[in-house]
Design a protein around this ligand. Sequence first.
Ligand SMILES: Nc1ncnc2c1ncn2[C@@H]1O[C@H](COP(=O)(O)OP(=O)(O)OP(=O)(O)O)[C@@H](O)[C@H]1O
Length: 326
Amino acid sequence: MNLDFSAVKESKNLLAFSAGVDSTALFFLLLKQNIPFDIAIVNYNVRVQSKDEVSYAKELALKYNKKIFIKEVKLEATSNFEKTARDIRYSFFDEIITQNSYVTLITAHQLNDKLEWFLMQFTKGAGLIELIGFNEFEEKENYKVYKPLLEITKDELENFLKLENIKYFIDKSNFDEKYKRNYFRHNFSDKLLNEFKNGIKNSFVYLQNDLNSLNINLNPIKKIHELEIFYNQNSDNLNIRIIDNSLKKRGILLSFAQREEILKQKEITISHKINISITEKFIWIAPKIEKSMDKKFKELCRVNNIPKNIRSYICTSNINLNELIF
Ligand SMILES: Nc1ncnc2c1ncn2[C@@H]1O[C@H](COP(=O)(O)OP(=O)(O)OP(=O)(O)O)[C@@H](O)[C@H]1O
């Protein structure tokens, strides 16, 4: 299996390791190419086997001279398990990354995950941007997330492990259809990939090329703490997608009426906590803060075209105004 990891060859990397097929394969693929990395694992203590998975992670870390970060929690196998587990996992990763200055978090999501995401979005109602929103690189505030296996199927990774005689674990809860994604996985994405792997791989490449040709930049041009600034796309359709996405990450799901209202008012507070301002060139999004500001600061903001409802957040967070001049 020939993968190009050169993008992270010089970076300080943390691998999210679960001891399952995908992340075990990735562990050894990174090792083969001498990519530097340490590992982090969360034990939810829901399955008996998870203790052995942590022991295996420790064993690998010791053998291959990797630092290991372990978090032990006790969760219940409720239908909310996946979301709770994910939240715990990512706040643990955030903490380790901040404390140890990692630059890249590497996860082992593969093509089956990408297709599963695609189909779940498709059935919820989504456009091109959401359908293929599962990208190789994603910028977070303090680090980036790298998913190098997105063009490889789970079967291919499993074959690699078998061929190399490498031990891995199978998480049996992946078969439990009470979790929505497992329902999608077993009934649709795995079956489709078994039968139409090459066509599906090509379709994702073509869709990505189409999106690239549209030249839409939906990433923030600036992100400081919880302030995000985007280019105004001069298209209600795209602007609302940017805002929707940013608010979703902040835990707010917009209703149809709220979307309409944002586009109409252009300067608005949502759910009493997030302020949005759509100006001629930019879209500004920041938490709503009540704070009185001195005249000089307000004047500086005015001169630099910083929207009124964003100023108090900038002031409270001590953001340097020079960083907001474009
Ligand atoms: N318990 C864990 N400890 C550390 N990393 C994990 C753990 N579980 C999953 N991961 C990492 O996350 C990747 C995705 O796993 P999984 O598909 O189970 O997560 P998910 O629920 O889709 O979450 P998300 O897509 O938001 O990361 C794995 O390939 C692995 O890199």
